[in-house]
Design a protein. Structure first.
Length: 300
């Protein structure tokens, strides 16, 4: 069994919230493990993981074996949107799949990603240094038009349903109603979920090493067939959640520096213009890109 739909991105765009909400719908099946990382070659830190080359299709299909007859089957891996290998691999494997994308203002997305990456000790540089370097892990993930050019060259536009984080958080009922209509499922069951509860909020950790080791350990258990049931039982029993909770600490208050903000607006401006053209939207819900201050030339 292979999925009918994929939530392909963007990172730090609300995909965890959407995954959890859609899992509650009886017409849909999404595995409890988010981010299977099957089609992407590189993980979020640009490590070469390549499950597509290293694991057979049976490994991927086993994640969906609990789906009931008639359910739409899906999964969510935000790295698919920006990974250079994923679109063509998906075209070869799932040519008729439908794609859900949640786009977030690239400025706030980059800042959120940076704060997550520093909390997990994935980056050591200050934000201004990463902006100056046009960091591939953090800045370039927000070049949505560049990413969509590849996807739209391989799949018809009608196979995509594109949401905006800002509209989704402002009016989740309206956004989910439109998504339900596009999927051809009833909208009412989604209202049983608490649509105001935030998921995957930014946090800091007492020990980034413990966090990273627990993630690697859980992934290893899930990916090794003899221990897969043990991993599922540990997750269902709340072991992972308790370990994360003990390791969490309050997130320090940090504001995006005005110079960094202006540099990001300049960096993303032309891509945002191109994105609006690709999506045939005269205005995107990111007002800073419509202001005169946003008219500065793109850096680099």
């Amino acid at each position: 069994m292979l999925p009918d739909l994929l939530i392909i991105g963007a990172e730090k765009g609300g995909t965890t919230w959407l995954h959890d909400v859609l899992r509650s719908h009886p017409a849909l099946f999404l595995p409890d493990v988010k981010e299977l990382h099957y089609f992407n070659r590189f993980d979020s830190n640009l490590n070469d993981i390549d499950n597509f080359a290293c694991r057979d299709r049976a490994w991927y299909e086993q994640h969906f074996k609990a789906a009931a007859a008639g359910q739409l089957v899906g999964e969510a891996t935000p790295m698919y949107l920006c990974d250079p290998e994923a679109p063509r691999r998906i075209r070869e494997t799932l040519p008729d799949a439908r794609f859900i994308v949640v786009l977030r203002n690239p400025v706030t997305r980059a800042w959120s990603h940076y704060r997550m990456a520093t909390a997990k000790a994935h980056v050591a540089e200050d934000f201004a240094t990463l902006i100056a370097a046009e960091d591939e892990r953090i800045l370039q993930r927000g070049l949505y038009a560049r990413q969509f050019e590849t996807w739209f060259s391989l799949f018809p536009r009608e196979q995509f349903h594109i949401l905006f984080f800002e509209e989704l958080t402002a009016d989740p009922v309206a956004a989910l109603s439109g998504l339900s209509h596009w999927l051809g499922i009833e909208f009412a069951p989604l209202l049983n979920e608490d649509l105001t509860r935030r998921r995957n909020e930014g946090t800091n950790y007492r020990s980034a090493w413990i966090y990273n080791a627990s993630v690697r350990g859980a992934r290893a258990l899930r990916n090794f067939p003899p221990s897969r049931r043990l991993a599922a039982a540990m997750k269902a029993g709340g072991l992972y959640s308790r370990l994360k909770a003990v390791n969490r600490v309050a997130t320090p208050s940090m504001a995006l520096a005005i110079d960094d903000r202006n540099a990001l607006i300049a960096y993303y401006r032309m891509d945002v213009v191109q994105l609006g053209n690709l999506l045939e939207r005269s205005a995107l819900p990111w007002p800073e890109f419509a202001s005169p201050a946003a008219a500065a030339p793109r850096r680099g």
